[in-house]
Design a protein around this ligand. Structure first.
Ligand SMILES: [Zn+2]
Length: 421
């Protein structure tokens, strides 16, 4: 997978380097950071390149610290973090002593650390929410994890998206709510006070940077009297890793394959191509299944017209975000023409059309006509070479149609085999 033509990477010996947001870095024995390579992934997800960062050092010029050296260097700091977290756990356990204490775990490094710290003081049950999307590494680990209840969803992710004809992306979210915490919220008594020990950290995101020791998941827990506590919120990523290695806390083997997160495989919209290329390599069956689902979704919903991209671009780059580009390329129109059995000139008529009456969407912008049926009706009623188009509402009004009549009409054109639909 790695391309060694540009820079030989033999010097990346194990136990010394860190992969941080596509940068391969290391530390010297004084603890100073040095950046060496940038990992670049081609859009086709076929190739991965490592290019040496010009402004930074040669590895051989740096007196590199191993992970063990860094643990020694940071021991005082790590010991202090540990003491502070244990102190907090004790304090909150006393404050909420009538609550039932549980630890929701994902088998990721943060929840493993949280579990380790809480259990140092109190034997506490863990709960694993099976998203139905985790990979074999995670399932193997959770099955042998002591004192842990596995909560399986009634309906798995794949069945759910098929029934709903939905692909979750960064704009239409919902999979976290349904699959990551949904089962736990459904099963646990809402009126019983639970104390949840959680591994969220301030460093992780802008939203999380404001979290305090006590936190309630108002969006997802609904009307419950549960209380969350975040004992490791002040730990940095590197603190977590060094402490985990130092204390020999079990590490999910997915991390050893190059992943920076382990929750939800392949279809989480918050992953990016640096994860997808790993999925292709490590979990080809799961990745293939997902690619087929995406392809079916793209073709079935004529997403050329929504996204202005090709099937491959959708699968390898675009599915988890919004409109891919403002105007379709020639290739996009060609591909759409081929799949729809239209000639290219007619196929081009389906892209980026707005209602001639200036109809606007809720956001106040001109409303783009994205539905194939609506363009089809315009072409059917007004001719294939028209330059003025109308939205569904205006067209219905023009021909005195209600929803039922419209659907009947579209259906009958489809039945008759009209290639415009
Ligand atoms: Zn209109």
């Amino acid at each position: 997978m790695r391309d060694t033509t540009k820079q030989p990477l033999e010097d990346l010996k194990e136990g010394y380097f860190w992969l941080d947001k596509s940068i391969i870095k290391g530390f010297d024995k004084q603890g100073n950071e040095h950046k060496f390579y940038r990992v670049k992934i081609e859009n086709s997800l076929e190739r991965l390149d490592c290019t040496k960062l010009k402004s930074y050092d040669n590895i051989s010029d740096v007196d590199l610290a191993s992970w063990q050296d860094l643990i020694e260097l940071q021991k005082e700091h790590l010991t202090q973090l540990e003491a502070d977290s244990l102190e907090l756990i004790k304090e909150k356990m006393e404050k909420f002593n009538t609550y039932t204490s549980i630890i929701p775990v994902s088998m990721g490094k943060d929840s493993m650390l949280t579990c380790h710290l809480v259990r140092k003081l109190y034997p506490t049950k863990a709960i694993f929410n099976n998203t139905s999307l985790d990979c074999a590494d995670t399932y193997r680990m959770v099955k042998t994890f002591p004192n842990c209840e596995i909560m399986n969803p009634e309906k798995g992710f794949y069945q759910y998206i098929k029934e709903q004809n939905i692909i979750f992306n960064r704009i239409s979210r919902g999979c976290c709510r349904i699959f990551k915490v949904g089962e736990m919220v459904r099963r646990l008594d809402h009126n019983k006070p639970y104390l949840m020990w959680m591994g969220m950290r301030n460093e992780e995101s802008n939203t999380r940077s404001g979290y305090q020791d006590e936190w309630v998941n108002e969006a997802e827990w609904g009307n419950t009297c549960w209380q969350g506590i975040l004992p490791i919120r002040k730990w940095d990523e590197i603190d977590v890793w060094l402490y985990t290695i130092w204390k020999n806390i079990e590490i999910n083997s997915k991390y050893k394959k190059g992943y920076s997160r382990v929750g939800c495989a392949v279809s989480c919209p918050y992953y990016t191509k640096s994860t997808w290329i790993l999925d292709k390599y490590w979990y080809p069956t799961m990745r293939n299944r997902w690619e087929n689902i995406l392809k079916e979704d793209f073709i079935g919903n004529s997403k050329w017209l929504v996204m202005n991209c090709t099937v491959d671009e959708y699968i390898n780059q675009a599915w988890n975000g919004g409109v891919f580009r403002d105007e379709p390329t020639e290739e996009v129109i060609k591909e759409y023409a081929k799949y729809s059995n239209l000639d290219e000139k007619i196929a081009a008529q389906y892209f980026n059309k707005y209602c001639d009456n200036g109809c606007k969407s809720q956001s106040g912008k001109l409303k783009r006509i994205k539905a194939k049926d609506v363009i089809g009706m315009n072409l059917k009623y007004h001719g294939r070479n028209i330059s003025k188009f109308y939205c569904k509402k205006c067209l219905m009004k023009m021909y005195n149609m209600d929803e039922e009549k419209w659907n009947k009409q579209v259906e009958s054109f489809k039945q008759s085999g009209c290639d415009l639909f």
